[in-house]
Design a binder for this molecule. Structure first.
Ligand code: 5AD
Ligand code: FES
Length: 348
């Protein structure tokens, strides 16, 4: 038991421990120890960010996707998905509404949808950039050639989210069809960083076939890659996918991993994700109490929200943007935090 506490202390002091120690920490189901770990991670987050929680307005602008990832509800083979696309004007309206509500970062997320050519994406980015010059623009639209990323950057995009999903090639192959490769995913992440984006990677906790050893590999990769943002959330099965009858990831392990990731990457921007809020009604609050410092409420028009269904029972699909913002503000206040009206960049 002392080994665990020593590992937590070492993580706090030196942001690193051996793979064996990481494995012991993430294997522990001792509640007292977990509380100790969360307390350490939380104090590290407060040191860097105070009691402010950064917000990002998430605009899910298309659920068409040319990919067929086995875990994802908007995979191309899901014939039950009701597909939609937002127009440029609809996206700009979401931004305008978000701006009024205090959002200073917009995250444009979608499936890999060839309808949005690089030209169209750049046009959208340029218009957001000129209409909302004090806001950060984040893209989350998957794997692209380096030239496309360069064009998005040139157009004014600041950040890019692309979860690596798992750094183990075998595991990667069990989550994705053969035409997708871990190698290309990592190439994308490196290109993005090289082009000056603030970059986010991350993975699902409890995805099918994932082992604790795999997770240690992910923690090591993240530490080495040193991204600006790290998104993790529980895997949740979607009825219309090959993983429909797999088990969801656990709240406890997700929280432990948020804490470990905070301790290993003290200044990283770490969201308490919607998936975490979906598996537990207080998931996002618990995420913040374990070291997360970002929330990403939904700004998509209510009419399309249910359709952006990556997994079953996703929360916030019936609420207006203002309701979600208000709800999250209250939730954060209930645990002694407040939402920040700022871009919330990676601290220099
Ligand atoms: N459960 C939880 N997260 C999922 N994602 C995709 N499908 C699921 C699911 N079934 C995550 C992936 C992706 C991000 C946009 O959403 O990690 O990168
Ligand atoms: Fe959307 Fe609570 S955050 S309803």
């Amino acid at each position: 038991m002392q080994i665990l506490y020593d590992a937590a202390d070492a993580l706090f002091e030196s942001q690193n421990v051996s793979d064996d120690a990481l494995l012991s920490v993430i294997s522990s189901d001792d509640e007292k120890f977990r509380e100790y770990l969360f307390e350490k991670a939380r104090s590290r987050a407060v040191e860097n960010f105070g009691n402010k929680i950064y917000t990002r307005g998430l605009i899910e602008f298309t659920n068409y996707c040319k990919n067929d990832c086995y875990y994802c509800g908007i995979r191309r083979s899901n014939k039950n998905a009701l597909r939609y696309r937002l127009t440029k004007d609809e996206i700009l309206e979401c931004c305008a509404e978000g701006y009024e509500l205090g959002f200073r970062t917009f995250v444009l997320q979608g499936g890999e949808d060839p309808f949005y050519t690089d030209e169209l994406i750049c046009e959208i980015v340029r218009e957001i950039r000129s209409g909302f010059p004090d806001c950060a623009i984040t893209l989350s639209i998957g794997e692209k050639p380096r030239e496309s990323y360069a064009a998005y950057r040139e157009a004014g995009a600041d950040r890019y989210l692309l979860r690596h999903e798992t750094i183990n090639p075998k595991h990667y192959g069990r989550l994705h069809p053969p035409e997708l490769s871990l190698e290309n995913r990592v190439r994308c992440l490196r290109d993005l960083k090289d082009l000056g984006f603030q970059v986010g990677c991350g993975f699902m906790v409890g995805s099918p076939y994932q082992t604790l050893e795999n997770i240690v590999e992910d923690l090591r990769f993240i530490k080495d890659f040193s991204p600006h943002m790290i998104g993790i959330g529980p895997f949740i099965p979607h009825t219309d996918t090959p993983f429909a009858s797999e088990r969801a990831g656990s709240l406890e392990l997700t929280l432990v991993l948020i804490a470990v990731i905070r301790l290993m990457n003290p200044r990283a921007l770490i969201p308490a994700t919607t998936a975490l809020g979906t598996i537990n009604p207080r998931g996002r609050e618990l995420g913040v109490l374990a070291g997360a410092n970002v929330v990403m409420p939904n700004l998509s028009p209510v009419a399309v929200r249910k359709k952006y269904s990556l997994y079953d029972n996703k929360i916030c699909t019936g609420e207006e943007a203002a309701e979600c913002r208000g709800c999250l503000a209250r939730r954060m206040e209930s645990i002694g935090y407040e939402l920040s009206v700022s871009r919330g960049d990676y601290p220099c």
